[in-house]
Write a protein that binds this ligand. Sequence first.
Ligand code: FAD
Length: 258
Amino acid sequence: MNVVVCVKQIPDPAAPQSLEAGTHNLDRSGKLILDEADTYGVEMALQLVDKAGTGEVTVVSMGSASDLAGVRNALAMGAAKAIIVADDSLRGTDALGTAKVLAAAIRRVNPDLVIAATESSDGYTGTTPVQVAELLGLPSITFAKSISVDGSTVKVNRQTESGYDEVTSPMPVLVTVTAGVVEPRYASFKGIMAAKSKPIEQLTVADLNLDGQVGPSGARQSIIAVEAAEARQGGEIVVDDGQGADRIMQFLDSIKVL
Ligand SMILES: Cc1cc2nc3c(=O)[nH]c(=O)nc-3n(C[C@H](O)[C@H](O)[C@H](O)COP(=O)(O)OP(=O)(O)OC[C@H]3O[C@@H](n4cnc5c(N)ncnc54)[C@H](O)[C@@H]3O)c2cc1C
């Protein structure tokens, strides 16, 4: 079974962030890391291929190739190879453009299963994977909290507000996973060394025949303003005067965690 995992390299969230001069685009010229949200998909894919006993995991990414540490991290975890689409003309690409690029790259691998995270940690529109599925003509199942494969059928427990739905689909299919789907492994020293010699194919927009369809000229979304997030408010201290437990229950109920 061949599985593609979409992995996004993002600026390290622990480092200060800034915008590219004169634009509303995040400056991605510094250190890039594998989005933690995608480590769950990589782990899930590795476990499924391991269980199938055949096939491999390919990671596909669109973004800067100036720092490939994030992609190498996925290879160090156990993915067999990577495809990165990097091109200056991709600056200003919107979510649909990103989906077009990812779909074209994925098509080259012809996988049985495509996995992506529910949403990225930086852009978090949560719209890219289903657009990829549509462009590839695949069914999509979102918010998977577990995935299993039985022959040519994928079975997913799909997270809902009140529990989960059991969904099945013939493969090939695209599935988005939540953070709870599996516990991602840490790359071992052996894995890190092995990743250095694993193939990373670098493609351009022209290689994918997408000239003029992506980048700012093909974008239908534009960021018109960026504002700093509101400073965090101080928390509320509940002094237990006998009603403390009730107050906490009411609060948890109001934010729908009960
Ligand atoms: C108007 C606009 C302009 C933009 N300009 C730029 C720009 O100039 N430079 C730039 O780098 N980005 C730019 N972006 C962001 C970039 O195009 C995003 O990657 C894209 O919009 C995906 O949206 P998201 O991050 O919200 O992903 P989501 O839809 O939240 O992502 C869900 C999942 O899809 C997969 N995925 C998403 N993006 C990628 C990716 N790039 N590679 C592999 N897997 C992926 C991952 O598994 C991810 O967790 C722009 C976005 C918009 C809307």
